[in-house]
Design a protein around this ligand. Structure first.
Ligand SMILES: Cc1cc2nc3c(=O)[nH]c(=O)nc-3n(C[C@H](O)[C@H](O)[C@H](O)COP(=O)(O)OP(=O)(O)OC[C@H]3O[C@@H](n4cnc5c(N)ncnc54)[C@H](O)[C@@H]3O)c2cc1C
Length: 288
């Protein structure tokens, strides 16, 4: 029988964090897509839930004075997949949102829930790493910011401290460029066997800034700065794409699981990277 005794409805992130500090048996509830499923399977049995549904600050996407974007933790996948401001290199995030599960899950789940859960097969972590996004965290002590590239630290493990919540995802001002997300899955809507997230910025000087990350092939997104530099220096050419793909395949530490073997994943990485880079090159060419 469930131990659930109380559901709280705080109005601010700080109040939510204060309620979480009441003990180990207190869990945060966002969209409930994963947490309620875990509760139904008796994988978790919280005493109290802290619903984020009434924390206004966590909702929606705001343009920042510097031209960047602030994506509230309670923003649903559905809102992100249709958000026109996720343009240029940040289209990587819009495409990742559109590849999450199916419409019911996309209407229910939130970006903050995915980020906090840190499922290695989830779609946003690699996209956030490719986009070089920053995760904002809130606690009673105030706010702090952690780059996505440092936030995911292991299997369902992040830089989140106890009694701290994900409050927002921050993106810098968008530059000209392209962003894309491709996912290899057994069937449409399944979690990724391998995913590739690519964000390419054309800088004012004309050179490229590249962020490339692989999902589903290790406990955390696979990212190597050398691969980004190779692709930028090689102007997204085929040779650079092959070398970047091989580099990331060597860096990956994929698991054998019900979706695919580790060997299959390692073989798929360079092919998916080559395909993604070719698409980015083509789209960048169309930008003129
Ligand atoms: C059938 C199904 C298929 C799915 N397929 C995919 C898929 O293909 N790709 C994919 O990426 N995801 C997939 N998911 C996961 C989905 O994206 C969920 O929405 C997501 O994992 C959790 O988001 P949520 O808002 O529902 O969080 P919840 O289920 O409410 O919470 C999940 C966890 O995060 C914690 N949490 C939530 N929000 C915060 C916060 N702001 N700060 C701190 N902790 C927080 C909760 O305490 C809980 O531990 C799938 C889920 C289901 C049920």
């Amino acid at each position: 029988m469930s131990a659930l005794k109380q559901v709280h409805f705080p109005k601010t992130p700080e109040e939510a964090a204060r309620l979480l500090a009441r003990g180990d048996g207190v869990r945060c509830l966002a969209g409930g897509a994963s947490l309620v499923a875990m509760m139904n399977l008796d994988l978790v049995d919280p005493d109290e839930l802290v619903s984020l549904a009434e924390v206004a600050e966590l909702k929606g996407i705001a343009s920042l004075p510097d031209g960047g974007l602030r994506i509230g933790a309670m923003t649903r996948h559905r809102e992100l997949e249709t958000e026109a401001r996720l343009a240029g290199p940040f289209a990587v995030l819009r495409e990742a949102a559109g590849k999450v599960a199916n419409p019911p899950v996309r209407n229910m789940g939130t970006i903050g829930g995915v980020v906090a859960l840190a499922d290695p097969a989830a779609d946003y972590p690699s996209a956030l790493v490719a986009a070089d996004a920053v995760i904002e965290l809130a606690s009673e002590r105030g706010r702090r910011r952690v780059p996505a590239r440092e936030f995911f630290v292991g299997l369902y493990a992040t830089a989140l401290a106890p009694a701290e919540i994900v409050s927002a995802i921050l993106l810098p001002p968008a530059a000209a460029g392209v962003g894309l997300y491709d996912k290899l899955a057994r069937v449409a809507g399944d979690h990724a066997i391998v995913s590739v997230a690519l964000a390419v910025t054309r800088r004012p000087r004309g050179d490229l800034g590249v962020g490339l990350a692989i999902g589903g092939c290790g406990l955390t997104p696979v990212h190597r700065a050398e691969a980004d530099v190779l692709l930028a220096a090689g102007a997204l050419g085929d040779a650079a794409a092959r070398r970047a793909g091989e580099l990331l395949a060597a860096a990956a530490d994929p698991l054998n699981d019900v979706r695919a073997s580790a060997d299959y994943r390692r073989l798929a990485i360079p092919r998916m990277v080559t395909r993604a880079v070719a698409r980015a090159r083509e789209e960048l060419g169309r930008l003129g």
